[in-house]
Design a protein around this ligand. Structure first.
Ligand SMILES: Cc1cc2nc3c(=O)[nH]c(=O)nc-3n(C[C@H](O)[C@H](O)[C@H](O)COP(=O)(O)OP(=O)(O)OC[C@H]3O[C@@H](n4cnc5c(N)ncnc54)[C@H](O)[C@@H]3O)c2cc1C
Length: 392
């Protein structure tokens, strides 16, 4: 792909590379990797991206987005990942923001878009419930009208980073007539409102990403509803395509494959470098080819968005294939770390809280199991693709 870049694109690639080198410092990386300073570090990083005008690059230009081509977007995503830098936390800039600028009132846009872009509001996503995941329309969290407010009662689950969030965007039931999809509204709820409780869920990687969020008689002003009452399903579906497009993980795969090649070429505890093992070589080649195809698929989807289209069924393809590639890369990474007994000879990237390739291999392998579930499970993505392919 590199060979196809124009002079302008190559210059842009250099600009992004330099920005990453100068701004994603080892100190900031340490801050973000440490759970105690993760929130502070992420906000610092997102503010640096915002100062450069890049934080909300996918937004329409009139709201502060960049007028980038699909190739420039792809260069940006991949250079960021190659630098080991995290992308913005998606729930605000990549998920609720497109709903806000597509369906929100002028007042809502004015109130929420600037602080979302500058990371002064941290958002979380309140879709899933204990009895509603794949079958999201079964959600039971109730919002009952009381004058100029709704009174909200119910429970959301698997809410990523709710412990850090200032606001949550929620799907709530406002009607029980007709199909379940017809009685859903899209509400923005202040996490500091009385009656909101956040309880941690510790995941298999032993870290705290997830939560249960309960609402007990929480008063939410009607002006915090996006669009029309009972029309939330339409807005929610649009948001999910943006969420899935953001889950491909091409950059992560490219960077990790580079590190895998580096370590697999060195002698390990068992002797010969893994790269001399034909079995390992074949697995690596297969994953690399898949990632290359994924990169093209991502460009196609970005190109569609570039031309004014919304990411449609392709976002399901991207989510499905992307998460399968991520898991395949994580398995290879795990095997390389295991060949060294989890401790790699090159400690250059070990930081003071003990994160290194071996540690990352464990963490990413463990948490990576969830990637085929979140954002809509891969079985559900297959159903969406099948429906499209069969014209159902
Ligand atoms: C790490 C992580 C982070 C998450 N973050 C958030 C978040 O921030 N906000 C949020 O709202 N949600 C979040 N989720 C929830 C996620 O969207 C749901 O877990 C997901 O949609 C699946 O729902 P479920 O867990 O209820 O499983 P279920 O829907 O009960 O599914 C169980 C199994 O049945 C399969 N299945 C279900 N229906 C079908 C079907 N029709 N055809 C074929 N197979 C089917 C599924 O694929 C799955 O294997 C997160 C989940 C994880 C794991």
């Amino acid at each position: 792909m590199h060979a196809k870049f124009t002079e302008t694109e190559l210059a842009f690639q250099q600009q992004v590379r330099q920005f990453m080198r100068e701004n994603y410092t080892p100190e900031l990386a340490r801050k973000i990797r440490n759970p105690d300073t993760f929130r502070e570090g992420m906000i610092e990083w997102q503010k640096a991206l915002d100062s450069q005008g890049w934080a909300a690059n996918g937004w329409p230009v009139e709201h502060g987005g960049c007028d980038w081509s699909a190739t420039e977007k792809s260069i940006y995503i991949n250079e960021m990942a190659m630098a080991g830098a995290p992308d913005v936390v998606p729930m605000g800039i990549k998920m609720v923001a497109p709903v806000l600028y597509s369906y929100g009132s002028d007042k809502q846009k004015e109130r929420f878009l600037p602080p979302t872009k500058s990371s002064d509001i941290w958002w979380c996503q309140g879709y899933s419930e204990p009895g509603a995941g794949s079958d999201l329309a079964a959600l039971q969290t109730r919002a009952v009208r009381d004058g100029d407010d709704y009174i909200v009662n119910g429970t959301k689950i698997w809410t990523t980073y709710a412990q850090h969030a200032d606001w949550i965007f929620c799907l709530v039931r406002t009607g029980t007539e007709g199909k379940p999809q017809e009685g859903i509204s899209f509400l923005l709820i202040d996490m500091t409102a009385p009656g909101v409780t956040v309880s941690p869920i510790i995941s298999i990687d032993d870290e705290h990403h997830l939560n249960e969020v309960s609402f007990t008689d929480v008063r939410v002003p009607v002006e915090n509803r996006i669009g029309e009452e009972n029309m939330g399903w339409t807005y929610a579906k649009a948001l999910l395509t943006y969420e899935r497009t953001a889950l491909s993980g091409v950059g992560f795969c490219l960077r990790t494959l580079q590190r895998i090649r580096h370590y697999a070429s060195q002698e390990n505890n068992g002797g010969r470098p893994l790269m001399e093992d034909p079995d390992f070589q074949a697995r690596l080649a297969e994953v690399e080819m898949d990632v290359m195809s994924l990169e093209y698929l991502e460009l196609r989807v970005l190109n569609t968005v570039d031309k004014g289209g919304a990411p449609g069924m392709e976002s399901s393809l991207l989510k499905l294939k992307g998460t399968e590639c991520q898991q395949a890369v994580q398995s290879l990474q795990w095997d390389v770390a295991a060949a060294f007994g989890g401790v790699l000879p090159d400690e250059a990237d070990t930081d003071d809280i003990g994160h290194d390739f071996g540690n990352a291999a464990r963490r990413e392998y463990m948490f990576g199991r969830a990637s085929t579930i979140y954002g809509g499970s891969n079985e559900v993505q297959r159903n969406i693709i099948a429906k499209f392919a069969l014209g159902l």
